[in-house]
Write a protein that binds this ligand. Structure first.
Ligand code: BGC
Length: 465
């Protein structure tokens, strides 16, 4: 029988070892080599000395969660019943390219989860694709619910803590056609889905999240893109709404990004409350929170609207977080806030998506979010888009040094999850931005672990910088 193109885990790991030998930092090398090609140290104390884990000044709290994240639509492939799939395929789509097979994580999840665990991580954050589970209103597919149950079981088999996001931007097309999050029934529709999913596999979830970045509806108003004459990102997105409605023959079409931001937020707030109640009714002791998009906001020297921005974007969600079991924070850079977010300073290093290279954002964000909410914080996304993996390694070093400073000062942070496990479908930008610690050849679906994956995995394994 012909050997399939797709590599087994062993193949990808051996590739990564070779790659590592060429380019990884000495810290990454130390971890990988001592576990693989060379003899194991004879006892745990020796191993701890070797990894520096005995050095308390560098270690993280016991049971600290170290993970990588994905989102269903960005990795699974062929989410043909979702709003995004429809938008990707209309004429003059605002998407650079369609998601297609993406990373075929839908079929390759077992190999990907094993790879994550083998790298040294103890946590996987991923999301449900609602449009697979409820492809038509009121029809719930047991086969698809079983798929996500199998993913959760696979995580258990690899001793990975599971962070499950119920809604990461994409929604079923039927839901978007009916007005998406603008519709008054949207909170109940979401709660029904939350209840069904939690009944099916809630016992396997360690931390549930209702929404990924529900504050984006308002955050986008503060971001201006270079060369867009002061237009906010949200205005640019909305300009495509009329065309989308026409092409889809759906006059009420709206979703997470498209529609009336104010109405969408009100319904997301209600949907969070109802969704959380539905989850808790199915499994009362399941920790539930959500994931907030945040920049490390800093005041411009003059005319800063920093506090106005914070009240507008995070304010209502911080209130909600106070009654959650934890808050996930997701941050990539800082924002210097004038009347709006200012463009990055002249000469600043930018990542592939134009954001300022600013790993210290993690420290700023966890300190601020913890102070505002008083609940345990988890970093559920952080990372950079780059084709120069050595810049990602330095980013992690600096981000984690900052996180450690905050923890040492008493900030209650329970975990650090990087975005992303795989190079994936970066929404409107298509597959070009490379956020992954693992590269994906989309023709063969072959995975190749990057040095940064081994580097971060080794920190995770020894729970210490
Ligand atoms: C989102 C991800 C996205 C990442 C990088 C976050 O806002 O949750 O879906 O890929 O940022 O842009």
């Amino acid at each position: 029988m012909k050997k399939p193109n797709r590599p087994g885990l062993a193949d990808s790991i051996s590739v990564s070892r070779r790659t590592l030998l060429r380019c990884a930092s000495s810290a990454a090398l130390l971890g990988i080599v001592s576990r693989g090609a060379f003899a194991h140290p004879t006892n745990i104390h020796e191993e701890m000395k070797l990894f520096g884990a005995a050095d308390k000044s560098k270690s993280f709290p016991d049971k600290f969660l170290w993970g990588a994240a994905t989102a269903a639509h960005q990795v699974e492939g062929n989410n043909t019943s979702s709003d995004f799939w429809a938008l990707e395929h209309i004429p003059e789509s605002i998407f650079k390219e369609p998601s297609g097979d993406a990373c075929d994580h839908y079929h390759l999840y077992a190999q990907d989860i094993a790879m994550l665990a083998d790298l040294g991580f103890n946590t996987y954050r991923f999301s449900l694709e609602w449009s697979r589970i409820e492809p038509e209103e009121g029809f719930f597919s047991n086969a698809e619910l079983d798929h996500y149950r199998r993913m959760l079981v696979t995580c258990r088999e690899h001793h990975l803590t599971t962070l499950l996001t119920y809604s990461h931007f994409s929604v079923p097309l039927w839901f978007a056609r009916k007005g998406g999050w603008q519709h008054a029934d949207s909170p109940d529709r979401f709660a029904r889905f939350c209840e069904r999913a939690t009944k099916h596999f809630g016992h396997l979830i360690d931390y549930a999240s209702t929404f990924n970045e529900p504050d984006v509806t308002h955050l986008l108003n503060w971001i201006s893109l270079p060369g867009t004459e002061g237009k906010s990102l949200v205005e640019i997105l909305q300009s495509g709404l009329g065309g989308a409605r026409k092409h889809l023959n759906a006059p009420d079409f709206a979703d997470f990004f498209l529609g009336d931001g104010r109405k969408i937020r009100d319904n997301l707030l209600a949907a969070h409350a109802k969704g959380k109640a539905a989850m808790k009714s199915a499994r009362p002791n399941m920790p539930v929170g959500f994931n907030l998009a945040m920049s490390d906001d800093q005041p411009a020297p003059t005319d800063s609207h920093l506090e106005e921005k914070r009240a507008d974007v995070y304010g209502p969600w911080f209130e909600v977080a106070k009654s959650c079991d934890y808050l996930g924070v997701q941050t990539y850079s800082r924002a210097v806030v004038g009347k709006k977010d200012l463009p990055p300073p002249k000469g600043a290093e930018l990542t592939q998506v134009g954001w300022e290279y600013y790993p210290e954002c993690v420290e700023g964000v966890v300190r601020y979010a913890a102070k505002q909410t008083g609940v345990p914080i988890m970093v559920t996304e952080n990372g950079i888009a780059t084709t120069d993996d050595s810049r990602r390694i330095e980013y992690y070093q600096r981000a984690l040094a900052g996180l450690k400073r905050a923890i040492d000062d008493g900030v209650d942070v329970r975990g650090y999850v990087t975005w992303s496990l795989l190079d994936n479908f970066e929404w409107m930008s298509g597959f070009e931005p490379k956020f992954g610690i693992v590269a994906v050849d989309r023709a063969t679906q072959k995975r190749t672990i990057k040095p940064s994956g081994a580097f971060l995995g080794n920190i995770a394994r020894r729970n210490s910088l």
